[in-house]
Design a protein around this ligand. Structure first.
Ligand code: ADP
Length: 480
């Protein structure tokens, strides 16, 4: 899962949890506040009744006439009992309905929320059947520490319920809106925060052995800026290690070249010696061939170790690639003929590339030579070409054994050979494809290998096209 999705999910989950806690807290808090305000009013009312107790005749004076007529009190459900538990007062509402509020056995008051379905109650403005919530309090009544009676009182709390329903609606709407804003906002915010990482990744991916001198941009002084600095240090160390390895390879190749040339000249001279027997001369010819192979290997090593020098000394001219390919095919045909193989080149369209003729020759020759080497006797090799406005794509296919999938990513590395014995028999040292890749890179192109579905290896070489085939007239090209 992408980090930005993960972070957004975390933000989302945290906001969800905070909002849920807040909403429940706000709802329950508000409900508690409103109901305790009602409880207070009910208790205040009972306090008044309690205060109005007259011990002389055992009556509550406040339960007088006005309590039955005052419109304000019509909403109250009130039942008062004397010390013996006999009912002595019932409010008009209590005469119409019964809420069955239990009376407490002890001093502590009790409060409840009750629901009752009421029908046709003009005094309460209910003209239809309605389930009404009541907040009720019941307690003992005292005068000078003596219990003088009981009372149960209740009040419809429709307005409290309405307020709570309104609050719930507001909370749900805000919850949905805040969640949407937070989830979209957090996604954009994390994307923005992580953008520099994308930049670093893209840049770092582009850095390879051919451009190890490039560095990541450090444009902020935060964790990501520090990461770029650390990666740049790492790149600098890698570059140094790579350069010293290149230098070692160049020095070793250079040192080997002189004695090899001396040996070669020596054996060449020896060949002219008329006193030598035919067997001896054959041995010398064999040694000269080995020396030539060694010389080629050293030249390749030198080429690979001097990438920058080679790049600086580019000897580029305009080249008709189709003609060059035909020339290489006809040269390789000689080798293929020895193994009874068939090479075919088709769809070779006119195209001009800018490049070094000898190096391009080497690139295509190496790939074709490999195709001949690694394809069985009697095998088939084809060369095709496609051109568009940007690039020339050359495909070289064979019907040999192909390249094992596990080796595909490595075959362009130096000294990488798949079956060491097989390659040694074919005279390879594992440098051919590394050279091909270097040449392709020097020409701003690429080379890749894959296996065809029907079997055999397919090498695709792409080079930037210099002139499209239609505009070819009047261009002077290097014909070798
Ligand atoms: P080598 O000098 O050994 O040929 P290369 O760098 O040219 O080295 O090739 C690397 C390896 O890739 C070879 O050892 C060979 O096993 C494999 N390879 C190259 N071309 C082909 C091909 N057309 N078919 C099968 N294997 C191939």
């Amino acid at each position: 899962m992408k980090i930005r999705v993960k972070l957004s999910a975390w933000y989302f989950a945290t906001t969800l949890a905070i909002l849920l806690c807040f909403s429940f807290g706000a709802y329950w808090g508000m409900q508690g506040l409103l109901l305790s305000a009602v409880n207070e009013e009910l208790n205040f009312f009972l306090d008044e009744i309690e205060q109005s107790y007259r011990p002389a005749d055992g009556t509550f004076t406040s339960l007088g006439k006005n309590l039955l007529t005052d419109r304000h009190y019509l909403k109250f459900y009130l039942i008062v009992y004397d010390a013996d538990g006999d009912e002595i007062f019932r409010s008009p509402l209590a005469q119409n309905i019964s809420l069955d509020i239990p009376l407490p056995e002890h001093k502590i008051e009790q409060s409840f929320t009750l629901h009752k379905t009421l029908l046709n109650m003009p005094a309460l403005h209910y003209n239809v059947e309605k389930n009404v919530a009541f907040q009720a309090v019941s307690r003992q009544l005292f005068k000078n520490e003596n219990q003088v009676g009981w009372a149960s009182i209740a009040l419809p709390v429709t307005s409290v319920e309405k307020t709570l329903a309104h609050l719930l609606k507001t909370l749900v709407l805000s919850f949905v809106a805040i969640t949407a804003v937070v989830s979209i906002g957090s996604y954009f915010l994390t994307s923005r925060t992580l953008k520099p990482i994308d930049k670093i990744t893209i840049k770092a991916r582009k850095i390879s052995e051919s451009n190890l001198n490039e560095r990541l941009e450090v444009d902020q002084n935060d964790e990501l800026g520090r990461l770029s600095i650390v990666l740049n240090d790492l790149l600098a160390r890698l570059q140094k290690a790579f350069e010293s390895q290149q230098q070692f390879m160049a020095d070793a190749a250079h040192e080997l070249k002189t004695p090899l040339t001396i040996l070669r000249t020596h054996w060449d001279n020896e060949l002219d010696n008329t006193e030598l027997s035919v067997t001896m001369k054959e041995k010398i010819i064999h040694d000269i061939e080995t020396l030539s192979r060694l010389n080629k290997l050293i030249n390749n090593l030198l080429l690979l170790s001097q990438t920058e020098t080679v790049q600086a000394a580019k000897n580029f001219s305009l080249i008709r690639l189709d003609e060059l390919l035909l020339e290489i095919v006809s040269d390789v045909e000689v080798l293929a003929g020895l193994r009874n193989q068939n090479i075919e080149a088709f769809r070779l369209v006119n195209a001009v590339v800018e490049g070094d003729r000898d190096r391009l020759y080497e690139l295509f020759f190496n790939v074709l030579d490999n195709a001949v080497k690694y394809t069985q006797t009697g095998g088939k090799i084809t060369v095709t070409m496609d051109v568009d406005a940007q690039e020339v794509i050359v495909k070289i296919r064979d019907n040999g054994p192909g390249i094992p999938e596990k080796d595909l990513p490595y075959i362009f590395e130096r000294f990488y050979r798949i079956e060491k014995d097989r390659s040694r028999k074919t005279g390879g040292a594992g440098l051919g494809l590394a050279i091909c890749r270097l040449i392709a890179i020097l020409h701003n192109g690429s080379i890749m290998a894959e296996n065809a579905k029907e079997g055999g290896a397919v090498f695709t070489i792409k080079l930037p096209v210099y002139i499209e085939q239609k505009k070819l007239k009047n261009i002077v090209v290097d014909t070798g």
